[in-house]
Design a protein around this ligand. Sequence first.
Ligand code: 16G
Length: 264
Amino acid sequence: MSEPIHLGLDQGYVSALCRVKTCSLAGEMNDIPKHLLLRRELEKDIARLPPHAQLPTERELTARFEVSRMTLRQALGGLLDDGVIYRIGRTGTFVAESRISKDRSLTSFTEDMRARGMVPSSSVIDVAAEPADDTQARDFRIEPDTPLARIERLRLADGIPMCHEVVRVPLQLMPDILTVELTGSLYDLFARRFRIRVASSIQRTRAIAVDHPIARWLMVPAKEPALQVRRITSDTTSQVVEIATSTYRADRYDFTHLIRRQSS
Ligand code: 16G
């Protein structure tokens, strides 16, 4: 984790918090619990601060918002639970790195990072040709032992490891894929070189405790929680073109879904 940035308490942030207090915490308090109102306002200001900026002390915040210590702690507790801020012992409370919130559209890693103003890059860990095992053959709807390309990469954003990814594609669809540069976007490569356009995916997400060597690639301690997504991707002709296993640092990623109630 990078060194925390210590902001002086009388900088713009604190005065912004003071202004917020007068306009927002008044009036609405009857309906919404005070700690949620406070949390909302803290969140807006935190969004304008750089990662690892230090928040004012509890004493400062309670005085400026004229809230009890309990209300402040409830608001901060929610932000801590959701990973918006983090605490270092008695040193203080700091703004966490922003999370990548992934929705349900079929996007590539490169598109996701660029959409958030980050610079994506990849390190190729290993590439190899291997025969499809029974599960892979079933998922690709091909015969077992059909040759697949296996591409293992570390995906980074602004130089920080975000995701460890193993992608398999049938070599018969992309014959020379193992001989080309693989540090860029695979989905771009599929489209440009092989005229394959991804159209839909089935994804399964699960929580895992990440182990070596993936923990080492992601630069997290062994047994740290991680999100693992298995994606089976089809192209515009409904042909399965990719099976990918992506392991994301849990502190940098979440998934957001729009869900609707079925009308009865
Ligand atoms: C995402 C996909 C992965 C795909 C990659 C292509 C998930 C869970 N996985 O990481 O299946 O291979 O994007 O990204 O979203 P690229 O075009 O930047 O290489």
